[in-house]
Design a protein around this ligand. Sequence first.
Ligand code: ADP
Length: 663
Amino acid sequence: MFQKILIANRGEIACRVAATAQAMGIKTVAVYSDADANAKHVQACDESVHIGASAPSESYLCWEKIIQAALATGAQAVHPGYGFLSENQAFAQACADVGLVFIGPPPSAIKAMGLKAESKQLMEKAGVPLVPGYHGKDQSSALLKSQADRIGYPVLIKASAGGGGKGMRAVEKSEDFDAALASCKREAISSFGDDAVLVEKYAQRPRHIEIQIFGDSHGNYVYLFERDCSVQRRHQKVLEEAPAPGLSPAMREQMGQAAVAAARAVNYVGAGTVEFIVEQKSDGSMNFFFMEMNTRLQVEHPVTEAITGLDLVEWQLRVADGQKLPLAQHELQINGHAIEARICAETPDNNFLPATGTLLVYRKPICTSFERANVRIDDGVREGDSVSPFYDSMVAKLIVHGKTREEALARMDAALAQFHIVGLSTNVQFLRHVVRSASFANADLDTALIPREAAVLFHQEPIGLSLAVAAAVAQTLQHERTLQGADPFSRRDGWSSHGVLTRLFDFEFQDQAVRASLTYLHDGALALSVGDVSSALVFSAAQQTLDVQFAGQRLVVTVYKNKQVLHIFSSIGATRIVNVDRLAHAGESHDSGGRLTAPMPGKVVSFSIKAGDKVVKGQALAVMEAMKMEHTIAAPADGVVQELLYAPGDQVAEGADLLTMKV
Ligand code: ADP
């Protein structure tokens, strides 16, 4: 076995790989960029090497520097994690050329599976079922369109070199084909440097079910069952689970064997995932079709680990070391049910716009010892770390296991409730809504689950106005008490020995101004009025929490204050309320006029207008790319564009004006 490996990645996956290596007595070398100088993954490894500036192209994608670091530190093998160089054939080859073991498949297998169109042709030969479609060489627009018309709508146009949900367009009808093709090609060129596409039938009520496979260098293959990753946003996975609900043992075996056939066809070695799209017909039957093979460890591998009791990174290391697979197919079995949630820095209510910022509060679920065995958190951050615009927006993965799906679901909901993050917006609340939605709870899964359940997933406030205000007032009073001490004569909280005192509070809740009045009664009791609701306010504090009772409701909350904003977390959900200091805000205005600003730090991709153009409200003016996603900047009102302040390719800071417009 290797004595030392280099981990050519960052974040949670680098920490994940380091944990197994450590358990196996293997030393680890981390690589890091400027932005990651103090990152968790650097501390998780035994040694570390700085490899360059923050932009991935100057550090984590710079394979010459990584190979140099491996040689300089005496590492014998390189684990690429996922993303970055993990599916880069040239990198795998370059490692081999200098005598480093690439912990992954041979370069030839990466190449064979790297392009969607070519891999489909290979799979066709290997007898693996394919979605009806066109994946030929001729790329003329007219031919592609006639193929789409032949296949029948809806169709999906996919960039052949695509990945990560990018470079895909669904087309409903023939008239829309040309525009979708053009935009798909543009994204494909800018993201993958290759604008070849394929066209395929858009499956009915599709589910994404993938098979984890493993191969060794002795020609042995096994499948480690499936993962259902149907819950997606922007064609990217949000929740993953294993096993796939409703999958019959017969279909599991068929899919497993098809996946092994796919792996065998390219002499695959190591961990890989064969992704299938499963069509659910109205008569309840299901068909599966090959989509693509990912030639690396997946983000969602922990759900497979949870149901099989295996460590897939350990298997990767053993296979890379030339050992045989530790178990044969008949020795593998499924135990219980596991679900993973991807906790991301983003704003689901604003089209999942990625967010950046500092994790001022980052508290993970506190589990009992029994729960701890069933709740796993894989992350690459600590409280105080920041989520920068340079890398992925995923902050952590929460993985739960249960004897049944119901048990796993309940555990997921409880654990999400205890995930407290302040400092940037995250999808934690949204994930709770998804887990509780009727579709997810009943395992009524398909890739349209999120749009179908939109009414209960977005713009939900779990804690009502009066309870939020009561919690905020209680928090303020509790804070004052701890500052002032318990002596009533030195308290400044309105206590008075002669007469009733009333104190006013101003808040902003869900963009609405709210005034609350608190009355200190003679007997020390408190009365609170919020709008039409007036009632006694009773609360008690214990360590981090406040037990608040108001107007017939009772809630145990944890409140964190960040400047004027109070972040309230509870078992029923989280919310925020702003403590308005009217004097400080006097005269401030929120008018943004005709300015167009970058919603987040990123790169300008293109402008679809030039100075002097007349534009209408809502018209797309510019495209920005940040955190691996494209964002369209639309005109806030009708007007005339005056000046473009940046050029395509420029990096811009959050809030920077991209152009000026006269409205
Ligand atoms: P990527 O490599 O970008 O992840 P995939 O080919 O794996 O792209 O597809 C991503 C997702 O797009 C799938 O998980 C599925 O939700 C959807 N999808 C892909 N192909 C089809 C299809 N033929 N019909 C319906 N949905 C599809």
